[in-house]
Design a protein around this ligand. Structure first.
Ligand code: CO8
Length: 257
């Protein structure tokens, strides 16, 4: 692979945007490679969690590549033909994603981060949706995920001005969960991913799905859905294994069944 690094250690995959000369901006080649790794993460049963990061220390990603013109194909043909999934909409829905933000997270870069489940960042990281400054809008979930993550007023400030916030402000806004020194950022993200991957895989996947699906439902329906999923998991081998391991004072050996 050329501009997206991909490695697996244990049950954890690491995806690295790697176009340092362009602040890890996403050009069509990178987009195609990202789609391939997203698919791999969702469908490979050996992968239980993934870390998404950027190469170098300057940027996680400065968003869409502003030096490549978008393809001149008919948008209607795309939307009603082959489908119009953005590279963010194509991100894994089944496995938890931890974003290690190692510098600028702008435009489509922040939209990828927003579609991850957990975000941690280096102290020098900066965050923004500057699309409005370059004559477009965040078209990969930014206008929807940012207000749902940090609230309407702060999101509108960022969306309408295109201004950036620093890591301290991002922590205050709830845009990130932790600030971690740049030297330990990747290790910290991978350690979180390994801890998640050591938990019962079906429970992990069920939680990710419930949080995603439940957020769009009225609370009573969401809680009913949660109860149903709890019932589905009650009969799994891993639930029995979890209790047995507790009683026998050993680590559980989860198989995802
Ligand atoms: N695209 C292409 N090249 C870039 C990009 C980019 N987004 N960002 C930076 N670069 C390049 C620069 O052109 C420069 O290259 P060169 O050395 O050849 O001139 C190199 O990276 C270093 O950048 P700078 O010299 O500008 O470095 P600075 O430290 O001065 O500034 C910034 C860094 C703040 C990141 C600055 O480069 C910048 O503002 N970049 C543009 C950020 C931006 O506007 N991003 C939004 C893009 S639009 C978008 O993401 C829409 C997504 C919608 C997805 C929809 C899918 C369906």
């Amino acid at each position: 692979m050329g501009t997206v690094g991909f490695s697996i250690e244990g049950n954890v995959a690491t995806v690295t945007l790697d176009r340092r000369e362009a602040m890890n901006a996403i050009d069509p080649e990178t987009e195609a490679e990202l789609r391939a790794v997203w698919h791999r993460i969702d469908t490979d049963p050996a992968i239980r969690a993934a870390v998404v990061t950027g190469a170098g220390e300057k940027a996680f990603s400065a968003g869409a590549d502003l030096k490549t013109m978008p393809p001149a194909e008919s948008y209607a043909g795309k939307a009603f033909g082959a489908g119009d999934d953005s590279f963010v909409a194509a991100m894994p829905r089944e496995k938890p994603l931890i974003c290690a933000i190692n510098g600028y997270a702008l435009g489509g870069g922040l939209e990828i981060a927003l579609a991850c489940d957990i975000r941690i960042a280096a102290p020098h990281a900066r965050f923004g949706l500057p699309e409005v400054k370059v004559g477009t809008i965040p078209g990969a979930g930014g206008t929807q995920r940012l207000p749902r993550t940090i609230g309407a007023s702060d999101a509108m400030l960022m969306l309408l001005t295109g201004d950036m916030v620093d890591a301290t402000e991002a922590l205050r806004l709830g845009l990130i969960s932790r600030i971690v020194s740049v030297d330990s950022l990747l290790a910290e993200a991978q350690s979180l991913a390994h801890r998640i991957a050591s938990n019962a895989p079906l429970s992990v996947r069920a939680i990710k799905r419930l949080v995603a699906d439940g957020g769009a439902l009225p609370i009573d329906q969401a809680v009913r859905l949660e109860r149903l999923v709890w019932g589905v998991l009650r009969d799994t081998e891993d639930r029995i294994e979890g209790r047995r391991a507790f009683q026998e004072k050993r680590k559980p050996n989860y198989v995802g069944k």
